[in-house]
Design a protein around this ligand. Structure first.
Ligand code: GCU
Length: 435
């Protein structure tokens, strides 16, 4: 029964995304899919290379100060701010061989509190068996528990939030099922994809994001956010949303990676799709130890320029029945004055400079505005140029299936929202070139 419920939830998540994509009105707010009606995205667009006081940024040294200003603007206006004190770092590691003895398998449990009762995240890591030294790896933020991400016997069963009791519950081991696409960009039983990374000398890690903090409203007291919440306190304007909490979980995992002698923590790539694409780009922006950043279909609240008001808008995202809890409360304030917003997506791109960034989109994923994501690269690339990095020089949206692998890269599959099998080959190629 439980299994059926979970599968249903996954199907529903997929359906919710698909529905939002197709409708002209979402949460009572019209959706614009007409290029001739998009907002003038340049109107009020902040210049990443101009300080808040109007002075220009002339070199990399000055950029470091401007970077701090921009991070603060995002903390105050979009994602909210991490708590000053990081959570505890405690972990257990079980190591054996996976995939019929062909790969090193580590199952890491990272605890965020000083005891075992607080929030914890299970991380499943595969490493090449014959690695001569510490392995670089791809960290995949997934919608699915590790036991559903692969069909490798011995992977610990995961947990799910029960939205009625608001408790995390263990789920019975669920066999991975080939062919079913998960919103996390990972097919159930995507063993073959992982093996391709291993064959190229990369490790592959996956975790289920809701282990860190739940993905539903009124979650102040739960998960990682709950550790910092004083009961009865209303959310401040810059209170961190779930996306920032997921990002902090990843940052803590980086602390673990630095301690693991089998993992090269200086060569970590990060990916995730949709809301996990938003999490990927924001984590990449504020966690400089992530070396390669590859958000998939992150759209509004991610890599798409909000000022275009094409597809999903800040208004849709922050409407009270949708996803305001993923952001800071102040974000909703900008819904009807997006041209006055002190940030936009190109500044996220800028924050990642000079590190390699690949935006993966879908040609028919209009809800996430692939053109808006492309324009964020175009507007953010001057910061990469300040570092002398390789960027796409043309301004025209690249065609589908024509990936660009410059330091600032763009890869659009021919299709809709999420990750297609070919996207894993884009990620792998980008990592081969840049890690
Ligand atoms: C909704 C939401 C998107 C989000 C997506 C997802 O469609 O509107 O902003 O990216 O869910 O995370 O699946």
């Amino acid at each position: 029964m439980r299994k059926i419920t979970i599968l249903l939830c996954c199907a529903l998540l997929g359906a919710a995304v698909a529905n939002a994509q197709d409708r002209d009105v979402v949460a009572g707010i019209p959706v614009n899919y007409d290029e001739s009606k998009v907002g003038d995205y340049k109107l009020g667009l902040p210049d990443p290379l101009t300080f808040n006081n109007g002075k220009p940024v002339k070199n990399v040294r000055q950029w470091k100060k401007r970077r701090a200003e921009i991070i603060k603007l995002f903390e105050e206006n979009e994602y909210g701010k991490w708590p000053a004190k990081k959570p505890a770092l405690r972990y257990d590691v079980e190591q054996d061989l996976g995939f019929d003895g062909t790969a090193v398998r580590k199952q890491i449990t990272l605890y965020f509190s000083p005891d075992d009762k607080g929030p914890r995240v299970d991380v499943l890591v595969y490493l090449p068996k014959d690695a001569a030294g510490p392995s670089p790896l791809l960290l995949n933020l997934s919608f699915f528990p590790n036991s559903s991400a692969v069909s490798d016997p011995g992977v610990k069963p995961g947990r799910r939030w029960n939205t009625q009791t608001r408790q995390l519950e263990d789920i019975r081991p669920m066999p991975a099922m080939g062919g079913m696409m998960g919103g996390g960009g990972m097919r159930f039983g995507q063993d073959e994809t992982i093996k391709k990374f291993l064959a190229e000398g990369f490790g592959f890690a996956t975790l289920c994001y809701t282990d860190i903090t739940p993905d539903f409203e009124d979650n102040d007291e739960l998960g990682l956010r709950g550790l910092y919440h004083t009961p009865g306190t209303p959310r401040a304007d810059n209170d961190w949303g779930s996306i920032s909490a997921w990002a902090l979980g990843v940052s803590r995992l980086m602390d673990y990676f630095e301690k693991d002698p089998d993992i090269d923590a200086t060569r970590i790539a990060l990916t995730g799709a949709s809301r996990l694409g938003k999490t990927t780009i924001w984590t990449g922006a504020i966690e400089p130890r992530i070396k390669v950043v590859m958000p998939s279909c992150s759209g509004e609240g991610g890599a798409a320029i909000s000022r275009r008001e094409y597809g999903e808008t800040v208004a849709h995202l922050t409407e009270k029945t949708r996803f305001p809890y993923q952001f800071c409360p102040k974000y909703a304030y900008w819904a009807d004055k997006v041209h006055e917003m002190p940030v936009d997506a190109h500044m996220l791109v800028a924050l990642i400079a000079p590190r390699p960034l690949l935006l993966q989109t879908g040609s028919t994923d209009n809800w996430s505005d692939p053109m808006g994501e492309w324009l964020a690269l175009v507007e953010g690339r001057k910061v990469y140029q300040l570092f002398g990095k390789d960027v796409p020089l043309g301004d025209e949206l690249p065609a589908a299936n024509q990936p660009i692998y410059t330091t600032l890269g763009y890869a659009m599959h021919d299709g809709g929202h999420g990750v297609l099998p070919q996207d894993w080959t884009y990620y792998l190629e980008f990592m081969k070139r840049h890690l």
